[in-house]
Write a protein that binds this ligand. Structure first.
Ligand SMILES: Cc1cc2nc3c(=O)[nH]c(=O)nc-3n(C[C@H](O)[C@H](O)[C@H](O)COP(=O)(O)OP(=O)(O)OC[C@H]3O[C@@H](n4cnc5c(N)ncnc54)[C@H](O)[C@@H]3O)c2cc1C
Length: 430
């Protein structure tokens, strides 16, 4: 029997160190609203310490300077560092750099790795991932309209991308574009490395959004940009993997990435839950503290149950990936994506409600956590699409019943049972 929910003591010691480090060194930075250059300077000594502790870029294997921990340990780390928006940056696994480094590690040539991957891992470069388009449904990447057309020994890319995280501060982006419009649905796109200073790449604007309202601009962190590619010429060596691999590479990137997202959400949910419980101990109304009101007690119990369920589901998905690879974990990954997003939202919402106007205002981090949490329901694929995947995979295990009557149809089962136990029934009636 291999069901074991314990964490090895040596690794637990690393997690304990992380929890203390995140709280004492990273939380204070949240309050300063630093722009990207200042933030970069502020986190440099912290990143150095994380590297010394061998906790840097833990999503990658040891041959790339990561730790090769596997998804369960990574998940447990993300639960801690995800409690703050700057945690991933300090630990060398912030989106989209972490996913991009996984792509480069998986699909990059030796030349692409030395030019882009190693400096990215060292924190010397910053990257973006450009797939979503303003004018086609991001939920259905088979509709992508950006094109890459062969031109001599290279490619010419045209497209209009948007919501491209960190494009404004990036040194390069990985662009997904249509190379084979007539191929089978999942073989139509390819991925290209495009340096941001390539002629024809234009940042139209940083998009003000629910997540980033206060400080939108070229040096904001994080930011989400609208990017136009106009006759952008890249060499043949800019292609990642083979022609037509765009969808395949994106799928590989997203599987483990979703585990990390979900564990970060659990970290955020726990932080909101702590605020809810703290408030319940002292806010006094109508003759008692809030913690004595049945509604608030129900919220506390519901939050604890939902966080625990989401955490176990996510760690189970991580376990399936570690044991059998991401392809065998499709249902588990899709399940946690929409379930985790809902738990995150609901826990923050209850914590915010418990704080009244204090929760609604920027004197507490709850309102910004709430705004950021809303996006979890559709980035990396909308909830509806993940629900659809779950239902499709589950339904594969079912077939219509013979004769058109449900398998559990009682009169049919009774008739079968009466035939089978005829002797027993006859004996009972005599
Ligand atoms: C904070 C943030 C950061 C992001 N960063 C990046 C990035 O770095 N790079 C990048 O390329 N993209 C990024 N995105 C974009 C994100 O991936 C897309 O928003 C997402 O894939 C959904 O695509 P869409 O916005 O075009 O919505 P649409 O595809 O237009 O979907 C809109 C809605 O339609 C419904 N819907 C769609 N399909 C179905 C279906 N099959 N069944 C039922 N309902 C359906 C859902 O309710 C969905 O929310 C980011 C988005 C956010 C919010």
């Amino acid at each position: 029997m291999g069901w074991d929910f314990s964490t090895e003591p040596e690794f637990q010691a690393k997690l304990d160190w992380m929890a203390e480090f995140v709280r004492s060194e990273i939380y204070p930075l949240e309050t300063l609203n630093l722009d990207w250059p200042a933030l970069r300077r502020a986190v440099a000594p912290l990143q150095h310490e994380v590297k010394q502790r061998q906790l840097w870029a833990a999503h990658l294997g040891p041959e790339l300077g990561g730790q090769g921990y596997g998804q369960i340990k990574l998940g447990l780390m993300h639960e801690i560092l995800g409690t703050t928006a700057y945690g991933p940056l300090v630990f060398g696994n912030q989106a989209p750099d972490s996913g991009n480094s996984e792509i480069l590690a998986e699909a990059g040539t030796a030349q692409q790795k030395s030019r882009w991957l190693y400096p990215l891992l060292a924190g010397e470069l910053c990257s973006a991932f450009a797939m979503t388009e303003r004018d086609t449904a991001g939920a259905d990447p088979s509709q992508l309209a950006a094109t890459a057309v062969p031109d001599g020994d290279g490619w010419v890319i045209n497209g209009h991308k948007w919501f491209i995280t960190n494009a404004s501060i990036a040194d390069f982006m990985i662009v997904v574009a249509l190379t084979d419009p007539d191929a089978e649905r999942h073989r139509r796109t390819s991925q290209f490395i495009v340096p941001m200073d390539t002629p024809g790449v234009r940042i139209l604007r940083d998009i003000a959004s629910m997540e980033v309202i206060e400080h939108v601009g070229p040096n904001a962190y994080p930011s989400h940009a609208e990017v136009v590619l106009e006759d952008v010429r890249v060499p043949g060596a800019a292609m990642l993997g083979s022609r037509g691999d765009g969808f395949l590479i994106a799928q590989k990137r997203l599987g483990p990435g979703r585990i990390h997202h979900c564990m970060r959400w659990i970290g955020q949910a726990n932080r909101a839950f702590d605020m809810l419980c703290e408030r319940a101990t002292y806010r006094y109304s109508h003759g008692s503290v809030l913690g004595d009101k049945q509604t608030v007690r129900n919220w506390i119990a519901d939050c604890a149950a939902e966080i625990s369920a989401a955490r176990l589901m996510t760690l189970h998905a991580a376990w399936v990936i570690d044991q059998h690879g991401p392809a065998k974990a499709r249902k588990e990954i899709a399940l946690i994506k929409f379930f985790g997003a809902k738990v995150l939202h609901d826990v923050i919402d209850r914590a915010l409600q418990t704080h009244g106007s204090l929760g609604y205002c920027a004197d507490l981090p709850l309102e910004s956590m709430y705004r950021a949490a809303r996006a979890a329901r559709f980035y990396d694929g909308p909830d509806e699409v993940h629900r659809d995947t779950v239902a499709r995979l589950i339904l594969r295990g079912y077939t219509p019943p013979p004769g058109g009557l449900p398998t559990e149809h009682v009169p049919t089962r009774r008739a079968d049972a009466e035939r089978r136990f005829a002797g027993l029934l006859e004996a009972a009636s005599t």
